[in-house]
Structures are given as C-alpha cells and as structure tokens.
Design a protein around this ligand. Structure first.
Ligand code: UDP
Ligand code: MG
Length: 310
C-alpha cells in the first residue's frame, strides 16, 4: 500500500507518553482518511519503552518500530526515521506531546498547497524553566547571526517534509548533525505554521545542559566557520596593538617615563594571550575532532534487529 504520511517520533525513556502519543496521532491521522504510519525510534531506552513499542507494533500494523542498540541521540534517531520512512510526507514529532499532533493537519494543508517543508514555529512555551527559555532564545538568535543558513527563529524539529526533501537529507550522512539546520540548508519552498508549545506530558526532559551544549556546538560547527574566524580576529587585534605599542613604549623610555616598569603588565599580557591561544586551540580541536569522526565513517546508528517490513 502506498503510504501518504510517515510520522517519526524519537523515544528515549518515554514509557508514560507512548500510549497517549499513539492515541492522539491515530485520532488525527485517521481523520485525514489517507494511509499513514507511525515510526517509533527507540533510542536505547532503559525504562521499558522498548517493550512497549514492540507490543504496540504487534497490535497495530501502522506502528513500525526501530530499536537502536544503544543511545545514539535525538538527532540520529530522527535520521533513522528518515531512512525508513515510506510516506510522501514525513513528519517529525517529539514523543512527549509537547508538539501537538493536531498541528499535522495544518501542516498537511500547506503541503498540499505546494510547500515542501512546513516547520512549526513556537509562539509560546509552557512549563519550561526560565533558564531553558533564555538559553534556547539566545541559541536561536546566535545561530541565526553567525551561520550562513537562515534557520528560522524559534523552530524545533517539529516539521513536515516532502519526500523529495527527505531523499536529499538522506544523502547527507554527516555524523554531528543539526536536522533543523539541514532542512533549512536544502532550500525548496518552506513555510512556517505557528503553535503554542505545551508542557511535557509526563517524565523529565531528556536534554540536560550537557546535551543542549553539544547540540549547540554541532549546530555552530556544522554551519559556520565563525569561531575559527574569531581566533584570526584576535590574532590581528593583538598583533596590531603590539605594533602600535612598540614606538610608543620606546618613546616613553627615551623621555624617561617609568610607566611600563611593572611586572603586572607583562603578566597580564602573557596570561591574556596564553588564554586566547588555548581557547583558539580548543576551537580548532572541536573542528578537528569532528573531521576525525567523519573520517572513521562508522554507521550513524546500529539497529538491534533489522526491520521486518523493509
Ligand atoms: N530523545 C531521544 N534521545 C535522546 C534524548 C531525547 O530520542 O538522547 C527524544 C525524547 O524522547 C523526545 C525528544 O527527543 O521525544 C525531545 O526530547 P525532550 O522532550 O527531552 O527535549 P526538550 O523538549 O526538553 O527540549
Ligand atoms: Mg520535550
């Protein structure tokens, strides 16, 4: 059977949310009267989500499970979903019901009007800490400023994409990925629909600060050389200051000034430049580490069992 909609939900320890997710997605998708499938990607859950997904798949034919051998991360789970989706339109949705499945209908309408990427823009966010709101907002704006790709502000991964777009994305096999950036990068006709982001249905966020930081680094390094250019800028600035300072200091010495006799000035200059150099080295390291990972060419993810219906 030809499938119209593939809904992909990455799942990492979302046991309490799975039945409700299925129920709401089913309700919405049945109202379209078109064939659909729900791809549940289990990203190495340890709370019994895996079994819940497999049970659900046994019961309902439209549920397709992809079980990872371990935790590979949200972005990779989305990628696996792209790889196995069969629909003409592919939707990514969070499993914690922060993204209302009801919005899929609105997205589908835009898709039928001819848009190839329909992304959801958050106008409001409920139940998030001020820290998350603040860092997220800062992050979106920073990325917008320093990358070449104009990633729409305040959009997450919740979006619908045409088969054409997914086929292009599937060819992009980079390891450190930022799916919403990738889907902006490919171009095509894109449009946003607005929604109010709900609070998490159950459980805790699976994005501790560490993972958010990683994601931000991936986003920046995959779409921009800005951090590397900052190092160059500091290099020119310090060299410039030094060049201007030399005749100035010589002049002061000749005229008998005592201004630059102290050790403190030397120490501060050495510490400052040492710091800038180490930071630049670290930034370089981030890029080189990513290069090394790409060079290894390992598979992006490992499935515990091959899907039966592929
Ligand atoms: N997730 C995942 N692997 C991870 C972390 C998260 O598949 O390593 C899934 C998670 O189950 C959820 C989605 O990614 O469906 C978004 O995660 P979460 O809701 O915790 O992020 P937040 O909404 O707090 O940013
Ligand atoms: Mg969430």
């Amino acid at each position: 059977m030809k499938i119209t909609y593939s809904i992909i939900a990455p799942i990492y320890n979302e046991l309490e949310n799975i039945p409700e997710l299925y129920r709401r997605v089913r309700e919405i998708m049945e109202s379209t009267r078109e064939p659909w499938e729900l791809i549940l990607v289990d990203d190495g859950s340890t709370d019994g989500s895996t079994e819940a997904i497999l049970d659900l798949a046994k019961e309902h034919e439209c549920v397709r499970p992809l079980i990872f051998a371990r935790n590979f991360g949200h972005q990779i789970a989305i990628t696996a979903g792209w790889d196995y989706a069969r629909g003409d339109a592919v939707v990514i949705i969070d499993a914690d019901l922060q993204d209302p499945p009801e919005l899929i209908l609105e997205m589908a309408k835009k898709w039928k009007e001819g848009y190839e990427v329909v992304y959801a823009v958050r106008t409001e966010r409920e139940g998030e800490s001020w820290f998350k709101l603040w860092t997220a907002s800062l992050f979106y704006r920073l990325i917008y400023r320093i990358t070449d790709v104009k990633i729409p502000l305040d959009t997450g991964d919740f979006r619908l994409m045409d088969r054409k777009v997914v086929d292009v994305l599937r060819q992009m096999r980079e390891r450190h990925r930022f799916p919403r950036g990738m889907s902006a990068w490919v171009g095509f006709r894109q449009v946003g629909v607005e929604y109010k982001r709900a609070a998490r249905k159950a459980g805790e966020t699976k994005y501790p600060f560490r993972k958010m930081f990683r994601l931000a680094l991936n986003a920046i390094t995959s779409f921009s050389y800005f951090p590397l250019q900052v190092a160059t800028f500091f290099g020119f600035a310090s060299a410039g200051i030094a060049i201007i300072a030399i005749p100035f200091v010589v002049y002061m010495r000749i005229t008998g000034s005592q201004a630059f006799f102290g050790q403190a000035t030397t120490l501060i200059a050495v510490l400052f430049l040492g710091g800038v150099q180490l930071i630049s080295l670290g930034i370089l390291g981030e890029y080189i580490g990513r290069l090394y990972d790409e060079a290894k060419g390992r598979p992006l993810y490992i499935l515990r069992d091959a899907p039966k219906d592929q």
